[in-house]
Design a protein around this ligand. Structure first.
Ligand code: DGL
Length: 266
């Protein structure tokens, strides 16, 4: 199985794209809804919770896990890959979503101002800024943290007027830092409110959509690693797990994603 881990609902946007791109593969999703959002937690907490979630997916038979969460990818991935996997799960693979996104941006963009919207911890890590500018110094990166936005999307839903208002405050905060030609939604939750973000941005601003970038990158990874691909179950099974209340999480996920999703308690 391929596992996808996220703090809560946002990773479902990545999960949906992956399951569409790989319909025959079996997938399991784990949302740590009971402890979401992660965006304001300490790096130590994020790393510990991510380790627990990913470990759970490995124990349930996922050979490969994708962190469907920018905060966990930016803050914890390197440490988990370097210190935890080799000793505890040496045969399993853990992939993040930050580097594939950066590779896509820098391979298609040559000189422009790219805005990054993310959680506090993602922005504080400056992972996007450093890695983009390392690969292409002609790209100007303007980062802006939307503190609390993922949390209120989870709490109130994507169409709520308070959420729409918060989106425009957040976009204004970015635009005040400098003009942007394109914006990356560097928090998987923001894909759920991509329309409101697009409306709040100046006309003509392009948006990068991370879920399709991640799906393409996984395709490339599996092509380069047939030894991993051959271990993945391909019976099209879908399992949804949550640390929260399965009924509530199922209902909200169905509203967010627009298709019926049934979660089980972990
Ligand atoms: N889904 C997350 C991300 O991509 C984190 C949102 C949160 O839990 O704060 O950053």
């Amino acid at each position: 199985m391929i596992g996808v881990f996220d703090s809560g609902y946002g990773g479902l946007t990545i999960f949906r794209k992956l399951t569409q791109a790989f319909p025959e593969y079996s997938f399991a999703y784990l949302g740590d809804n009971a402890r979401a959002p992660y965006g304001n937690k300490t790096p130590e907490e994020i790393t510990e919770y991510t380790k627990q979630g990913v470990g759970e997916l490995f124990r349930r038979g996922c050979v490969l896990v994708v962190l469907g969460c920018n905060t966990a990818s930016a803050v914890s991935l390197r440490e988990l890959q370097q210190k935890w996997l080799p000793t505890t799960w040496p045969d399993n693979k853990l992939l993040g979503i930050v580097v594939p996104t950066i590779e896509q941006i820098t391979s298609t963009t040559f000189q422009m101002n790219v805005g990054i919207l993310g959680t506090n911890r993602t922005v504080e890590s400056h992972a996007y800024q450093h890695e983009i500018q390392k690969r292409n110094p002609n790209i100007t990166v303007i980062e802006h943290a939307c503190s609390g936005l993922a949390g209120i999307v989870e709490l109130l839903g994507s169409k709520n007027t308070q959420v729409v208002q918060e989106v425009s405050t957040c976009v204004q905060g970015l635009v005040d830092r400098g003009a942007v030609d394109a914006v990356l939604l560097a928090c998987t939750h923001y894909e759920l409110i991509a329309d409101s973000i697009a409306q709040a941005l100046p006309a003509g601003t392009a948006l990068y959509h991370q879920p399709s970038i991640v799906a393409e990158s996984l395709r490339d990874y599996l092509r380069r690693h047939p030894e991993i691909d051959s271990q993945l179950e391909k019976t099209g099974k879908r399992t949804y797990l949550t640390t929260g209340h399965p009924q509530e999480v199922s209902q909200k996920s169905t509203d967010f994603i627009g298709e019926t999703i049934e979660f089980q308690a972990l």
